[in-house]
Unconditional design. Structure first.
Lengths: 248, 248
DNA sequence: GCGCGACATTGACCCAGATCAACACCGAAG
DNA sequence: CTTCGGTGTTGATCTGGGTCAATGTCGCGC
């Protein structure tokens, strides 16, 4: 079996699929060249743990493809997902040397990593990186706060609808999709992972998904393949202001 | 009645109580001088709204003294507090011109404001500000994620204990306090505001506070004045890993 | 093809916390 | 001093979602 760390994937930054969304988005070509020198790729299989909370972390990086989760666990085992890492999302925190959360790949995943020290050093010299990181962090903070409303005040049904909304929206932004047609996508998470995201039990997740299906808000093929005939209906179920500007 | 906007409080940055914790913490004295030129103070009374979600926001700033809350509200009135703004905390987001949340002063409050455009312009020229803002934003993101665990997975009693923990900890860091003695502080929030923070109803907050009192975890004088005889006991009730490094 | 393990669904029951309601406290205005 | 509105407490009851348990589905290795 192949050691995951030693993969020699080579990828020109210029052709990178996340070139315009990741920390490096603002970099000029000369800056990119310097990044190119210190970067390396790591590949993870579905289910594999990238890092455990509390572990020493000597790298930072971007998700290139695949999905990972950020979770926090209490001693008695209760767990809460605190972030969903999608392609272009940043992992790690400059200026800190242990991981604050468990990071687990939920699908096969490729990360573009930088050793922490050279990256930090580079960050202090190239404001474009720090600027972009600030922007991304502010976005994540907004997302976290949005999620606080979901966790604190929404019903189980609204929570499920909110999650579907987010996944659908993101999926639409990837494959720049047909405006207004029915949305079709796959759930990248197990029922249990959804439960951990939503602060519910997996049974409740299952029941509410069944209920939404019965009510025609969504339809399912298999366990994971979802069709949303009317996105505004879904938004409504999520309790969000209708038409959250998605297709604006 | 005095127009709050026109107060001419003058304060040298050098003597500012939040000099070493706010966005300006890393600034050299020449940078400080330039900030001094574009800053102005605003004062708010307890209960006053600083800005409504969605409103145009042409300034950013720091809380100098007092406390404000950041809340999100659904159409049907359910509200969730998504942030507690304490002295030195930053308000507003560079690069965005409407407020994302309601900001309300819960005590009398003074803010040190900067018009957004000059501040942004200055930020791009002085990396010290951007660096510090990044650091502060990362801290807030961590706090938000910590809070997601509270909202998603903790019981009502644990939620209350968690909130008390946070307030106690912050209070201790202000008045650099006696190590290990009983902690004493005032709750800066009404029961309703606590409920909005914790994703509970005010009745449940009241009941759980009574329960903690009955069980000797805290004692109360009046409605707001709290004594914590044993901080580790409180931490334990919060479900946090005991000894969260507070006195380390 | 069979059996196994991971994932998912569904039912029965229970309980933490919401809801509804009454009342207590207290500082400010008259 | 009295009234009144904002704040807080406590009780009775209800219910959404948790818990426990049985069963279903599917892909994979043998």
């Amino acid at each position: 079996m192949l050691n995951e760390r030693s993969l020699a994937i080579t990828q020109e930054c210029q052709d990178c699929p996340i070139r315009h969304r990741a920390v490096c988005a603002r970099c000029e070509s000369d800056e990119l060249e310097r990044l190119e020198e210190i970067k390396y790729y790591r590949k993870f299989e579905a289910g594999q743990t990238v890092i455990w909370s509390g572990d020493r972390m000597d790298f930072v990086g971007s998700v290139v493809s695949g999905i990972a989760t950020l979770t926090q666990t209490m001693e008695d085992g209760r767990t809460q997902m605190v972030g969903l890492l999608l392609p272009s999302d940043f992992v790690g925190r400059p200026g800190r040397n242990t991981a604050a959360y468990d990071v687990v790949a939920t699908t096969d995943m490729v990360m573009c990593c930088f050793r922490k020290t050279p990256f930090e050093e580079m960050m202090s010299r190239t404001p474009h990186i720090a600027q972009r990181l600030l922007e991304m962090t502010l976005d994540e903070l907004d997302a976290a706060r949005e999620w606080m409303l979901v966790l604190g005040r929404k019903t189980a049904r609204e929570k499920i609808a909110s999650l579907l909304t987010i996944i659908a929206r993101r999926d639409a932004s990837l494959k720049l999709n047909t405006i207004d047609g029915p949305l079709v996508f796959d759930l990248p998470l197990t029922r249990e992972a959804m439960a951990d995201y939503l602060g519910l039990t997996l049974e409740t997740v299952s029941r509410q998904i069944s209920a939404l299906r019965k009510d025609g808000v969504i339809s399912l093929e298999g366990k994971r393949h979802v069709t949303v005939p009317d996105f505004n209906r879904l938004l409504d179920e999520a309790g969000d202001d209708a038409d959250g500007g998605m297709f604006a």
